[in-house]
Design a protein. Structure first.
Length: 558
């Protein structure tokens, strides 16, 4: 059984993959897409007549930010930041949203449909690539299937936190981020964060480098560099992971062989030279442009960082513990005999511990893709050690039977599913409330679309955050308050909005807000009424220009 022991350095080869294996991959992919589509269908089918489902499953603020970019990119190559009232130049570029913005301008599908298109395409490509990587590291078909299933559906021990909440009647969850972070959870990303699935395609760089090294052909490094360059224009910070893993692998090769790995040095230079341009652009954008510099400075507003080391098992679950077991069990005594493939896999796994704790606000995003080495290492440990031990204990034989392998797969799949099943069920509960931010009243969406038809350059619209986050995407106008990072000086503007709608008190402050930020329109609907008793009719400077149901849009005079 080839997977039961580490390969020697000379055994670098790809497993033979039969067509039926890709049929298995296609079936699992289709099943996951169907299951993760059910909450979306539920939301559309159960939407009340007076409300519109906005097509977003999770994280509304960030998705409407992307929709705003798509709208801008549909007619231009660069986008300005319309989620803040300050005037700013169109200097931002993102390849993913540019491409789908142009596609939407051609087909007129609408942002929710485009999002589902991204979800399907990214899922198919990522899961196919994940299985392709499994074939590189695992020689036995049953092992590849197990690793692939773990990559596709694994989740952590968040279900324990849920159980503890109900068992001990707690009002809040202990460490909710330990199971709601999507990075590292393929199923959750497919459910609600398809752009992260698309970003995780950066692991194709590793596949190309490994195959190029085995064949000693630098053309693979050129392709890897182009892939990194292409994907870097979507998520430049993924290049941190790319460079770190390749550097770790080269370093481990140098330590093992006691000579410089020439191919890896050459390929690393090729990848770096071809791909560092998106990273350079991002650095220059966030340092030279005052608006984007402030946007980057507000990334910490989300309060989402990589969980501490002791919390990683909660987030990543059984495969993470099994991966640690495999690395420790293999030990360092056999380091000199470790194959290139295993050395790369362990380097990828271990260096990520450093990468995900870099002192940057986007550190949590660097977890993306880590599930692949974790699940492959977990499978290696099961086949090298656990299955062999179980076979000797239960069956009194050195080679595990196919039945035992089948049972271990069933048990593991059942063990890693509960948290994702909870997250899936929670979507039905949340969407069944038919409330903002996932739904808007039809009067509200009609009013926002009315704003889209206003002549002239984009104008600043003052509203609640619940409405403001949708205004740039649906109307192309600039929002006074829209996003925790993209809205410059977010907390101050949030306080100004609260004060504006709070009561009939300080009219001078309300007028100063309108004047200082050159507000042209004031949105007043049910969400704004929740903020206080102020009626915009009380200001002579505001004139109603649109009315539908409870929604009124006022234009600032002069």
């Amino acid at each position: 059984m080839e997977v039961s022991r580490p390969q020697s350095k000379t055994e670098e080869k790809t497993a033979h993959v039969e067509l039926t294996e890709w049929g298995f991959v296609a079936l699992v992919t289709l099943l996951i897409l169907v299951i993760t589509s059910l909450p979306i269908l539920f939301a559309y089918l159960t939407a009340p007549a007076d409300k519109q489902y906005m097509g977003i499953m999770l994280d509304v603020p960030d998705h409407v930010q992307y929709f705003s970019w798509m709208r801008e990119f549909s007619t231009a190559n660069l986008s300005s930041n319309k989620l803040t009232p300050e005037p700013n130049a169109p200097v931002f570029f993102n390849l993913l949203w540019w491409a789908f913005g142009r596609l939407d301008s051609l087909l007129g599908l609408g942002y929710p449909v485009i999002l589902q298109l991204i979800r399907v395409l990214a899922t198919v490509l990522f899961l196919a690539l994940a299985y392709r990587l499994c074939t590189w590291f695992l020689q036995e078909r049953s092992a590849r299937r197990l690793a692939f299933l773990l990559i596709a559906i694994t989740s952590g021990f968040g279900w324990v936190l849920i159980a503890a909440k109900y068992l001990f009647h707690l009002t809040d969850l202990a460490s909710p981020l330990d199971f709601t972070i999507s990075e590292g959870n393929t199923f959750l990303q497919i459910l609600g964060y398809p752009h992260f699935v698309a970003a995780a395609l950066y692991v194709f760089v590793y596949d190309l480098i490994l195959r190029g090294e085995a064949k000693n052909q630098l053309r693979y490094a050129v392709w890897a560099g182009l892939v990194a360059f292409f994907l870097g224009w979507q998520h430049a910070y993924d290049l941190v992971s790319v460079y770190s893993v390749l550097l770790a692998y080269a370093g481990l090769r140098w330590l093992r062989d006691r000579r410089i790995p020439v191919y890896l040095v050459k390929s690393g230079l090729v990848v770096g030279i071809l791909s560092f341009w998106p990273a350079l652009y991002s650095v220059l954008l966030t340092r030279l442009d005052p608006i984007w510099k402030q946007v980057l400075g507000q990334f910490s507003n989300a309060g989402v960082f990589t969980p501490g080391l002791l919390h990683l098992p909660i987030l990543l679950g059984i495969p993470f513990l099994l991966a640690l077991f495999t690395v420790v069990k293999d030990g360092f005594s056999s380091f000199r005999r470790t194959s290139n493939s295993d050395l790369f896999l362990k380097g990828w796994f271990l260096v990520t511990f450093l990468v995900i704790y870099l002192p940057v606000d986007f550190q949590v995003h660097l977890l993306n893709g880590w599930q692949i080495p974790i699940c492959i290492l977990a499978t290696q440990g099961i086949y090298r050690y656990i299955l062999r031990w179980l076979s000797k204990k239960a069956q009194h034989r050195a080679v595990p039977s196919p039945q035992l392998k089948g049972w271990i797969t069933v048990v593991l799949v059942a063990a890693v599913l509960p948290t994702n099943l909870y997250l899936l069920g929670q979507r039905f509960v949340e969407l069944n409330r038919h409330e903002t931010p996932y739904y808007l009243e039809r009067d509200e969406t009609a009013a926002i679309h009315w704003l889209a038809n206003r002549p002239g350059p984009s104008s600043v619209v003052l509203s609640s955050l619940a409405i403001g986050q949708y205004i740039p995407a649906l109307s192309g106008q600039r929002a006074f308050l829209a996003h925790w990072a993209q809205t410059v000086d977010f907390f101050h503007k949030r306080d100004l909005v609260k004060e504006f709608y709070a009561d009939d008190g300080d009219f001078a402050l309300k007028l100063r807000t309108l004047r200082d930020f050159d507000v042209r329109y004031v949105f007043y609907g049910s969400e704004e009424q929740k903020l206080g008793s102020f009626r915009p009719d009380g200001l002579d400077e505001l004139a109603p220009v649109y009315r539908s149901g409870q929604v009124v849009i006022y234009q600032v005079r002069n």
